[in-house]
Design a protein around this ligand. Sequence first.
Ligand SMILES: CC(=O)SCCNC(=O)CCNC(=O)[C@H](O)C(C)(C)COP(=O)(O)OP(=O)(O)OC[C@H]1O[C@@H](n2cnc3c(N)ncnc32)[C@H](O)[C@@H]1OP(=O)(O)O
Ligand SMILES: CC(C)C(=O)C(=O)O
Ligand SMILES: [Mg+2]
Length: 516
Amino acid sequence: MANTKDRVVIFDTTLRDGEQCPGATMTLDEKLAVAELLDGMGVDIIEAGFPIASNGDFEAVSEIARRTKRATVAGLARAIPADIARAGEAVRHAQRGRIHTFVSTSAIHLAHQMRKTQDEVIEIILKTVAQARDLVEDVEWSAMDATRTDIDYLCRCVEAAIRAGATTINLPDTVGYATPQEYGAMFRAVRERVPDADKAIFSVHCHDDLGLAVANSLAGLEGGARQIECTVNGIGERAGNAALEEIVMAIRTRADVMPYDTGIDTTMLTRASKLVSHAANFPVQYNKAIVGRNAFAHESGIHQDGMLKHSETYEIMTPASVGLAKTSLVMGKHSGRAAFKSKLAELGISLSDNQMQDVFERFKDLADRKKHVYDEDIEALVDQNLATAHDRIKLVSLSVIAGTRGPQRATMKIEMDGRTFTEEADGNGPVDAVFNAIHAMVPHDTVLELYQVHAVTEGTDAQAEVSVRLKAGERSVTARGADPDTLVASAKAYLSALNKLSAVSVRLHAQHAAVV
Ligand SMILES: CC(=O)SCCNC(=O)CCNC(=O)[C@H](O)C(C)(C)COP(=O)(O)OP(=O)(O)OC[C@H]1O[C@@H](n2cnc3c(N)ncnc32)[C@H](O)[C@@H]1OP(=O)(O)O
Ligand SMILES: CC(C)C(=O)C(=O)O
Ligand SMILES: [Mg+2]
């Protein structure tokens, strides 16, 4: 069947407008790497920089122009002859080069930025676009602040630009002020009213000051635009530009209402996002659409259950379509049994129903206390659960007073053979106090050979895993305890070691109860 979709040209300005956001300056090598990826990904036009801005920008545009195999390479220029000459020089060696020249058109810009009359600006447009056209075939003209420009004057400017040879007309929402309805209507009006409008491709260029950049860009398409200017991760001046990945995936995912095609290989979007984030030193927010770390992650039990039954219950795109290996079901306090079971299966752990119920309850307790529950946390929970299932001595509660003033004091309750015992003990440090409390309740004759703490995962709320080795006579046992509280982990490890000794019949002298 013939493709009836209109082709939308993707013009990426990550290396120009994207680089204009504070702190995003990229080195030549970084720019070359980004340009190569954009070219491979199917971007139609790469705006590589603003050649008059600096020698570095000139060099970057020239080098990208030389190396780029497929995409058109554009250089930006003000409506000033020297800018246009420099941009022409920079794209001279491109297989396909474009000069992108712009001038303000709104009353506020004319009065305060340009300090020119409307007629003077029309003259400037005619001259500078013609100059650019003498240098290259492909000339884009932009009306800076188009969305705050009087529509009659905007039409006069566009007509002048097309008459002078512009092949693409860009009507930017420079300050991110437009609403989608207004933006679409502006394109319809200009295209209807300018006599030779059909000789040029119309382009959208939207900023995100009101969070409308992508919506406005798509509205521009409805108004007849067929080029979209955007940046990877939406980086750009102030609140940024329309995000390339969001536009491309919106068009692809909602093909039912937007019958357009882009030439983008969407499976490269995640790589592009990572590369640009790294090169521009600009982190991607976690909940960013398409490429944020949570874009394909589910934590809540109901969603996880739905995802396990059928991924389309809660995902409108597949992770593979944007180059992500898989959806992640994040384990946390909102997770349910279905996801927990699936996680255990993924970790190769099989438990009886009773064990599963027990571990699940402990997991929920842990998740209440800890921001991220990692696979290692779950493994530690299961290990602990299995290791302590038949223990004679169990920790019921522990509180410790620690700090600079001393003495450090532990108050501990344990359960032993069905009875509970409580003890309070001081120590030379909180761990010593904990172990003294245990000793008082379960007198025993052992030597502590090893006490070691390490974090199961990262972060200050990570579970501590404590290892304890006790020697009783000729026999040594090592045991572990895990908990976000290092002292609780220490108590668990010590009690676990005593349980192991008890299980191999080493004599423990119970103070309060007959344990032997
Ligand atoms: C909406 C946008 O994103 S526009 C692009 C913005 N990007 C940048 O500005 C990044 C690169 N810029 C630069 O390196 C510098 O600003 C340069 C090299 C372009 C100019 O530097 P300077 O000559 O020192 O000028 P400065 O930046 O102080 O002021 C800008 C001048 O350009 C003029 N100007 C601004 N836009 C245009 C335009 N489209 N056409 C003609 N002149 C313009 C301003 O009126 C001002 O002129 P004035 O000095 O006569 O008042
Ligand atoms: C230079 C132009 C196209 C621009 O970036 C804007 O108007 O936002
Ligand atoms: Mg811009």
